[in-house]
Ligand binder design. Sequence first.
Ligand code: BGC
Length: 747
Amino acid sequence: MLAGAVALAGFSVTAPARAASRASDRIEALLARMTIEEKAGQLSCFADMIRPPIGDINPQVNIRNAQTLLAETRAGRIGTLMNGLGTQGALDAQKAAVEGSRLKIPLLFAADVIHGFRTVFPIPLAESGSFDPHLCERTARAAASEASASGLHWTFAPMVDVARDQRWGRVAEGAGEDVYLGQVLAEARVRGFQGKDLKAEDSMLATPKHFAAYGAVTAGLDYNAVELSEATLREVHLPPFQAAFAAGALTTMSAFNDINGVPSTGNKRLMTDILRGEWGFKGVVISDYTADQELVAHGFAADDRDAARLAILAGVDISMQSGLYLRFLPELTASGEVPMAVVDASVRRVLALKEALGLFDNPYRSINAKVEAMRTATPALKQLSREAGGRSIVLLRNEGGILPLPRAGQRLALIGPFAEDRDNVVGPWAFFGDKSLNVDLATGLRAAMTDPASLIVERGCEVETTLAGGFERAVAAAQAADVVLLAIGESQDMTGEAKSRTDIRIPPVQQRLAEAIAATGKPVVVLLRHGRAIALEGVVRDARAILATWFLGSEMGNAVADVLFGAVNPSARLPVSFPLESGQEPFFYNGRTTGRPAPVDPNAQEYKARWRSIRNEALYPFGFGLGYTTFALSDLKLSTPQLAWGDTLHIAARLTNTGAVQGEHVVQLYIRDRVASRTRPARELKGFQRVSLAPGASREVKFELKREHLMFVGEGDRWVVESGLFDVWVANSSVDGLAGSFELLKA
Ligand code: BGC
């Protein structure tokens, strides 16, 4: 089996294990009694203003106040409330549904619990760099435990959109640019959120989103049109969804974007033919926030009524926030434009979700103030956040082994807008986070230093603007120090939804600050703050050491200190390629080879696939990361040079810790199909393993490949596999490794 193996690729037809194939007697009995208004209510979700969250999560569109929501709940006109916080409000709302409404159907409480709740874990992109499905499962489990204690049943996570363009702000929310890593982590996160038993009070429904291809928006501009071949849709963007469904996810969310001119939320082929027809998905599709109504702005629906009709006929069960189903389903069914059977099928699915959670028998599950207090911001949650933070940091550069730093005997200057900042440690999509938990860098470092007074802190500048006298004070601090720690990068409102950037460099004022600091000649360690790959340049690119520290969550300062001072040996790897320049985007390691690949010889590069000023390669490639020890791969062995059609290829290589300290390495398996009837990626990740070794120790690392791992979408947009030659690498990253090859023999 491949490491962390999942139901691979998109060719398998997987039916979600726990979905009900037919509704229970209880559901059928309810359905028989429901008016069309009550049915439309079950298919409607609204922002929870009975217990509003802190901060704006979404545009204030069609907001209903608390009294209206309670009244509509009693009238049976609401099935789901979203993004509310706290048990007291949950109790009031659930009482209105269970004791106040005619049919007593309990409410579902949903929320964007993306990377933690009150206690925040690293942004999903950072955590994906851990290449550690078990860690992702544990943080999802912990987030579900904390959020469900606040009366929540359903999270709109994980985001499983493959994101190949770093200009797109939502790269931060997913697993990065790779399909296989995306599959493995999607599955792990679903398992974590849902737990072993959905009826357990600490389980939450997971929602792999956004269906589909939202990560492929043109030019990385959020919400933009998507132009995509059927093959790329099926090979790249759909497999993580299938993995999530195979792991038991019972819901998905329709994306804002169109694909080749058909908006996802009105895309019957996607929502019904592929999702339910081909894959056998039995769960619920919820629209993204007002995405049904947006069919009008797309120019796909004539008006709101038409939008409601198109969305429900396409297969969208629940309308989020627009209220269109409530307004129009009664007349659309009366006129016959929407068959009642279509509405009934959606209602059955929504009621089946409520049943799967045990809400009919236990409507007040997860609503207990004592449990809420006990399970919120516990020491164990904080400890897990710190551990996950440390395991998400990527050491990109460490010239002369300047890191780890000694805890004593050096004066350190911590300089930059993020030095003492507590507002930018959790990153986007952490609206529920308890800010009082946030540990800034200065606090984390001081706590780890023998003499905290030997840390000097200077802001230097703001994120995008200067600060009066800031540069002067920062330079003076650098001059007084032995080592400078430069905390620079993006603020958290530069990443996330609607935060696309045209230029993925560090803001110019911070780059100038770095230059002023570098001019002092003091060694500089860059502590990069970011929600995407960054195009590093100049003195920042050339600093003595660079740590990709992303947004690590509540415990950020402690997690960074753990790595800086060597309590934790960094072992994360890049889940996205760091390009040489912004203009290379979209840049990803697994692009297809051209007819004119750039040769290694720099003098022979005319009329080749390169940029005028640079080769089209990464500064730091996908899969890359250093640690405080070194590893060597050797002795690649393939069980056979010729793989018979139905056989398994066994691949092994020896990994040795050649350094002086214990460490963990991520050994990666890549393939390339040499000749095929479709041009194929230069490389494709097919497996990885985390291996921990003591200094001097070595171990054989084993992988397996079968015919089904060599498939692609070929002629007629079907999954095929073709005999012939394949390259294989057992590697440290997507650009190196021990190379071998084998031939897949004909059937
Ligand atoms: C986002 C979704 C999110 C929803 C509800 C939308 O703007 O695209 O990812 O789940 O809001 O908050």
